[in-house]
Design a protein around this ligand. Structure first.
Ligand code: NAD
Ligand code: UDP
Length: 337
């Protein structure tokens, strides 16, 4: 297939580009580089020995999207492009809705005009809201989201569902990611957050490499295995393979929804300890106050993706730690180093 990947110069998009190229698909990447890097795409070429067709453009630019779709015979779109910092979305809601929701509307309008009606969308476990029973199952309705980022994901899911409702020629896969971490085993591509990382794994990696003094664990008094929050961490390469499998889902019409996770909760302390056990590098930490809006524990029921797509998150937590460290220690300053 020929696949348009929006946001392909970012963390998950670059790993997915590798998996698609290695599986023999043709790929066109559109990215405005607001949080991605062209170096990542050059490294993707290095890993795969194939050329990445890259267009530097914003998905909100209708003319640019029309031109991309006119110049390439695209079979399906994998849509990663968007903003993802939860805290920033609270202080800049308009920016988030404009980018994530309006960006998707413009993309879909351009797709409709070009007759391309297959889309795989990067959604998130956050759409289940705070009240959903754990583990999260796809049949549980979307809940009340607690920040504009999460709301933008829920809104786009609804937009795409309505599109299928209105025109049965559309095929939509909504992939609800849990917590992707890790890096490509080559150590050439990985997560490269701008500024202070919001997420746990890059923070641990930056402490380990000496860019930050210590990790603050947000809360040690939750009703969990050791008082720290539990999440379902999955390897980014497994997640990338999930997109490859989801291309199968969009060859059939309608909406399909899949959780992509391991089905296992792991606590923050367990993450720190397992990083040190695997890498032999200490991660100084202190237990601080809870972070507003954090849920104590959630993980996926990932049985549907296994049954229907034949997808399982097969890589272990040790793989996630070793691959994170190979990337971070080899690229202490990320792509800018
Ligand atoms: P990322 O920031 O590394 O990648 C997103 C890419 O999209 C970046 O390269 C950025 O430059 C590009 N982009 C943003 N707005 C754009 C626009 N208007 N036009 C063109 N390009 C644009 O993030 P990621 O971690 O790879 O996440 C990819 C997708 O997965 C996002 O939609 C994110 O919300 C979603 N997601 C991520 C996680 C996670 O933990 N990383 C979890 C659930 C869902
Ligand atoms: N976390 C932490 N310190 C940090 C960053 C995150 O203790 O510097 C915790 C956070 O409270 C949560 C877990 O690590 O329990 C995962 O956080 P992340 O932001 O990576 O993912 P999310 O909260 O979006 O699931």
């Amino acid at each position: 297939m020929k696949v348009l990947i929006t946001g392909g110069a970012g963390y998950i998009g670059s790993h997915t580009t590798v998996e698609l190229l290695e599986a023999g698909h043709e790929v066109v990447v559109v990215d405005n580089l607001c949080n991605g890097s062209e170096v990542a795409l050059r490294r993707v070429e290095d890993i795969t020995g194939k050329t990445v067709d890259f267009v530097c453009a914003d998905i909100r630019d209708r003319e640019a999207m029309d031109a991309v779709l006119a110049h390439h015979d695209i079979d399906a779109v994998i849509h990663f492009a968007g903003l993802k910092a939860v805290g920033q979305s609270v202080s800049q809601p308009l920016t988030y809705y404009e980018n994530n929701v309006n960006g998707t509307l413009v993309l879909c309008q351009a797709m409709e005009a070009a007759g391309v009606r297959r889309i795989v969308f990067s959604s998130s476990a956050t759409v289940y809201g705070s009240e959903a029973p754990v583990p999260y199952v796809e049949t549980t309705p979307r809940g009340t989201t607690s920040n504009p980022y999460g709301t933008s994901k829920a809104m786009v899911e609804k937009v795409l569902e309505d599109l299928v409702e209105a025109d049965e020629r559309w095929s939509v896969a909504l992939l609800r990611y849990f917590n992707p971490i890790g890096a490509h085993p080559s150590g050439k591509i990985g997560e490269d957050p701008q500024g202070i990382p919001n997420n746990l794994m890059p923070f641990i990696a930056q402490v380990a490499v000496g860019r930050r003094d210590e990790l603050t664990i947000f809360g040690g008094d939750y009703a969990t295995v050791d008082g720290t929050c539990e999440r379902d961490y999955l390897h980014v390469v497994d997640l990338a393979v999930g997109h490859l499998k989801a291309l199968k889902a969009v060859s059939e019409r309608g909406v399909s929804v899949y959780n992509l996770g391991t089905g296992q909760g792991v606590s923050v302390l367990q993450m720190v300890n397992s990083f040190t056990r695997v890498t032999d590098v200490a991660v100084p930490y202190r237990v601080g106050a809870r972070r507003a809006g954090d849920l104590p524990a959630f993980w996926a029921d990932a049985a549907k993706a296994e049954k229907e797509l034949g997808w399982v998150a097969g890589k272990s937590l040790d793989d996630m730690m070793a691959d994170t460290w190979r990337w971070q220690s080899g690229n202490p300053e990320g792509y800018g180093g």
